[in-house]
Structures are given as structure tokens and as C-alpha cells.
Design a protein around this ligand. Structure first.
Ligand code: NDP
Length: 262
């Protein structure tokens, strides 16, 4: 009989990200900040990106010495190869990529301009693909890696007044499945976390001034509460960890039951 590892040690090991480098786009604030925090607590070294240097500096000061930042706008697609090259030159190979940076835009569909639509698609879809392609090709050569997309319940069912956002997040959900078929033979896994209503500046801004919308959100959440950003952080740790080593191509709702159609 093989010797059975002490159960606590086994559990700690299987969820550990010790020795891994994680890149989290939009990691300076909101959900991204808490993903960074959870990954550091799981033992990873983390690089966060975003457009606002002051926000990134503050996050690094709060999260401690295992977190570093690079200022970058993901919609500047031509800068992405240099960004990834610079991160790996300074910190080593990226083991985990979390595509978290995203924007929302709440408008009636008929008021959405081409510029509005393009801006959301550029940030939430095209940039996600461009970062994934750049990091993914390096992971494929190294034959290891885990990529996590942060999509939304909007990728799972229709929500009014967020047409471009819904289109972008649904497309990323599809991209996860397509890429999983291509990346799996190289031991690179790709999954999504689909958050429900999570208390962050983005969500609170979207709900502000519209209490009926807030009530509606809670009415359709069986658990009856808002999620906390670290609920997404720990789901991302799970998907990145050896505990999820046979999981690829899935979108994991983390939403208090919202997506079951309450
Ligand atoms: P926030 O607005 O709080 O944070 C968004 C982050 O993305 C910021 O750190 C921002 O940094 C960064 N970002 C935005 N645009 C760019 C860009 N062009 N280049 C680089 N970084 C950028 O949003 P949340 O934390 O709420 O959202 C995080 C993710 O979770 C998003 O993908 C969102 O769609 C998703 N989500 C959130 C839900 C919620 O309930 N909050 C629900 C479902 C999904 P900076 O401005 O400095 O660039």
C-alpha cells in the first residue's frame, strides 16, 4: 500500500501555487486586486497590470513584496508582445494568466454607437485574445500553463442594456472552448470564471441610482447576497492549481446560484 500523505498537507499542496508566476491584467483594483491577493496567499509571485500607475503602486504596497506591476493599456494591442517579453525578462516564465481587465457600458442597444461597441469589444474580447495568444504561445513551447478568463453571468444568459458587454463576454466563453481544444495537447489549460453580482466599483457604479435594479439583482440570486471579490479570487486559485489539473474548457459560475435561472 502506498503511504497516505497527511490529509492537511495533501490539501495544502494540491491548492498551492508556490513557485508559480501569475500575470493578472487589471489587477490593481476591484476583482483583479482580490485575485492577486488570493494568489499571493496561495504562494504565487504575481504581476499586475492596468492603466493607472498610482492604483497599481497602491496595490503593490498593500499586497507586499511578491507583487509587481507594469503599467499598460491592453487595448494598445501592438504593445502586448513587448509587455509580455518585459515581464518574463524581469520575473521569469508566466505560469498563470488571468485575463481580468474589462469594462462595462450600460446603454439601451439602440443608443450604443459604433465607437461604444468597438471600445467594449476591443477591451473585453480583442485584447483578451491578443494577451492570450502572446502568453499562450510561450506556454505551448514550455508545455505547461493555466489561463483563466474572467467572463460574467452575461456570458450565460441575456441581460438588458449591456449588449456589447454581453456579446464580448459570450465570445470569450466560446473562445475558452475553442482554445482548450488547441492548447490541451500541450498541457496548457484554459477556463473561465463567470462572476455573478460582485461588490466592486464597476458593479456598484452600474447599479448606482437605480435601487430597483439592485433589488432585481438580489431577487434573482438564490443565495440572496452579493458576492465578495475574494470569492472570485479563490475560484481562480482553484482553477490555476494542481487540484484542477484535469479541468479545461469550462466556464465556472461563481454567482450565488444566479445562473440556474431562479
Ligand atoms: P473594475 O472596474 O473595478 O476593475 C477593472 C480593472 O480593469 C481595473 O483594474 C482597470 O484598471 C482594468 N482595466 C480596464 N480597462 C483596461 C485597459 N484598457 N487596460 C488595462 N487595464 C484595464 O471592475 P471589476 O473588478 O468589477 O471587473 C473585473 C472583471 O470582472 C471584468 O472583466 C468584469 O467584466 C468582470 N465581472 C465583474 C462583475 C462584478 O460584479 N463586479 C460581474 C461579472 C464580471 P485601470 O482603470 O487602471 O486600467
Amino acid at each position: 500500500m502506498p503511504e497516505i500523505e497527511d490529509s492537511n498537507t495533501a490539501a495544502l499542496n494540491v491548492f498551492s501555487l508556490a513557485g508559480k508566476l501569475a500575470l493578472i491584467t487589471g489587477g490593481g483594483s476591484g476583482i483583479g486586486f482580490y485575485i492577486a491577493q488570493s494568489m499571493v496567499q496561495a504562494g504565487a509571485k504575481v504581476v499586475i497590470t492596468g492603466r493607472r500607475e498610482g492604483v497599481l503602486q497602491e496595490a503593490v504596497a498593500t499586497l507586499g513584496p511578491n507583487v509587481h506591476y507594469f503599467t499598460n493599456d491592453v487595448t494598445q494591442l501592438s504593445t502586448i508582445p513587448t509587455l509580455i517579453e518585459s515581464i518574463e525578462a524581469k520575473h521569469g516564465p508566466i505560469d498563470i494568466l488571468v485575463n481580468n481587465a474589462g469594462i462595462n457600458m450600460k446603454k439601451h442597444a439602440i443608443e450604443v454607437t459604433d465607437e461604444d461597441f468597438d471600445r467594449v469589444i476591443q477591451t473585453n474580447l480583442h485584447a483578451v485574445f491578443a494577451v492570450t495568444r502572446e502568453v499562450g504561445k510561450r506556454m505551448i513551447v514550455r508545455k505547461k500553463g493555466s489561463i483563466i478568463m474572467i467572463t460574467s453571468m452575461a456570458a450565460l444568459y441575456g441581460i438588458d442594456r449591456v449588449v456589447a458587454y454581453t456579446a464580448s463576454k459570450s465570445a470569450v466563453g466560446g473562445m475558452v472552448k475553442a482554445l482548450a481544444t488547441e492548447f490541451s495537447p500541450y498541457n496548457v489549460r484554459i477556463n473561465a470564471v463567470a462572476p455573478g453580482f460582485i461588490e466592486t466599483p464597476m458593479m456598484l457604479t452600474a447599479m448606482n441610482g437605480d435601487p430597483s435594479r439592485r433589488d432585481k439583482a438580489m431577487d434573482r440570486t438564490p443565495m440572496g447576497t452579493w458576492g465578495k471579490p475574494d470569492d472570485i479570487g479563490w475560484a481562480a486559485v482553484f482553477l490555476a492549481s494542481p487540484a484542477a489539473k484535469f479541468i479545461t474548457g469550462v466556464s465556472l459560475p461563481v454567482d450565488g446560484g444566479n445562473s440556474i435561472g431562479f
